[in-house]
Design a protein around this ligand. Sequence first.
Ligand code: SF4
Length: 352
Amino acid sequence: MKVFSDKIIRWYHQNKRDLPWRNTQNPYFIWLSEIIMQQTRVEQGMPYYLAFVKAFPAVKYLAKAPNDRIMKMWQGLGYYSRARNLHTTAKIIQEKHNGVFPKSFDEVIKLKGIGEYTAAAIVSFAYNQPHAVVDGNVYRVLARVFGIKTPIDSSKGKKDFLKLANELIDKKNAGIYNQAIMEFGAIQCKPLNPNCSNCVLQAMCYAFETKQINELPIKEKKTKVRNRYFNYVVLKNKNETLIKKRTEKDIWVNLFDFPLIETAKKISLDDFFNSAEWEKMIGKNKYVVKKVSGEYKHILSHQKIFACFYEVEVSASLSKIKINNGLVVPIKSLSKQAVPRLIDKFLEENQL
Ligand code: SF4
């Protein structure tokens, strides 16, 4: 529908935010920005984007960088699998494509960490290929304007919205059109309090006319959130502490945290230090509990973590305590390690 795309594009030229990744057609920078901005607010992601572009001005630098450096730079952004996939994909582009970002949608979508949405964004923004992007912003705009009530998280919904988006795309200006509809959803047709009173699509908007703005788009499932209880032990001997690299199939893979005993529910201090898990960890080494933190609540998309940190002085060298992937490090070098935001917050608030 040409009138829809024309209105959206005109609106975009007048209202778009000036963002650094908008001034480039370099697929590598577009890819970087798309991965960083997934599930992230622009203000939060912007410094990360600028830091990555500065540190790795071309894909070959990212491919060659040590993984720990990338994880450290990613610290605080969350969803760390994005950083691991970013690195894997950079290496594949460097090795299999001679450092040149592939051009076709079918090749781009084969890369790790790149799904339908990101592939469409890259080939349309960089090469103006007519592949419609459908992200949360686009779902919202289309559901409201065209009154689509199929749940956006159902497979039928995904198919229907993608089909409509591809019918609406301005084939000659695919890149601009895609950016325009996403920006429209982000700053005009927002989830709460959209700016309907001053909207170029008001006259054709189903949700506005039928007063269903708050009902659209429709979602089928509610995300289930799991509560987890983390008991971290900050072991200290002289000026050293023990950390471990997380390698299990779980959150925060390849980041460092402290020795951890996870329990099914909150546990008292006495129960913790009498538990078989703690006795197994500390063995015959003598120790004194120096400090117990309050509760740290850390919320992820599918998990709520309740964490407690026990600072424990151990009389023997920490190398005697055997845990998987353990590493004894000077306390003052902790800030150099890539750690999850939860650990970072604990370190910021506590002098070890
Ligand atoms: S009228 Fe309101 S709901 Fe409809 S497109 Fe405009 S901002 Fe969105």
